[in-house]
Write a protein that binds this ligand. Sequence first.
Ligand SMILES: [Zn+2]
Length: 275
Amino acid sequence: MINFFLLFALILFVVGYWRLDDFRRVYWSKKYRDSALSDNDIAILYRYMPIYRSLSAEQRVRLNHHIVWFLGEKRVLGRNGLDVNRAMRLIIAADACLLGLNQDWPLYPNVSEILLYPSQYYVSESARDGAGLINYHTRIRQGESWPGGTLVLSWQDVLEGNRLPNDGHNLVIHEFAHQLDQQSGQTNGTPALPKRITYGRWGEVLSRAFGRLKTQLAYQMPCTFDAYAATNEAEFFAVASETFIEKPHQFYQSEPELYHLFVEYYQFDPLLWYR
Ligand SMILES: [Zn+2]
């Protein structure tokens, strides 16, 4: 009899765990059903996020709903004395949710908190050299994305990334793209893919584009992607995601196959925003 109950409890646990996101979605849809951004919130987004103005009315409604959820589920904590206000939270949430515009909750399930510095910050690093000696040095950073789900951002760079919407640089998009990548368990430029995209196809298309970028840089040819994308496949995916949002025309012209793959993955087409 005890074995029967144990088996029943185990089945219940497995089914519950398997359907956990479905249960949470029902809970969230009730929790946030009557929540909405205020007129002041919307005015802030119009003012500080030029891409927000380019979205269709339907997309803005969807993004607003995501932002409400994001602000309710994720914490933004100030560092180095930074007092985080509503506008800061809004802009970070809006950029992050833009990437997940047509995805279901939970967006970025591993992320529970974002650490926000006033500007670029210093981190101490150590590395062991060939002789076994440990070298310590200090490095300056704009942002980080940790596989455990913590993000670190420089507010000055968040703002700058939104102020210039067509330069291909957006810190929040970059770091949250790393989070998507890390959801697969590795940081290698391959996020967890929906069934409609095979891992083989993703790997082939990404590798070809990555190889072309390295060749372009080697021969000092003009490139659509920032040179930092050539660091490794993970940075390539993060930089390509920034370029996808901010320079879709150039992206499409230079790498149409990869562009179409990103449209399939992200489920929206930024070319439509810039007509
Ligand atoms: Zn990066």
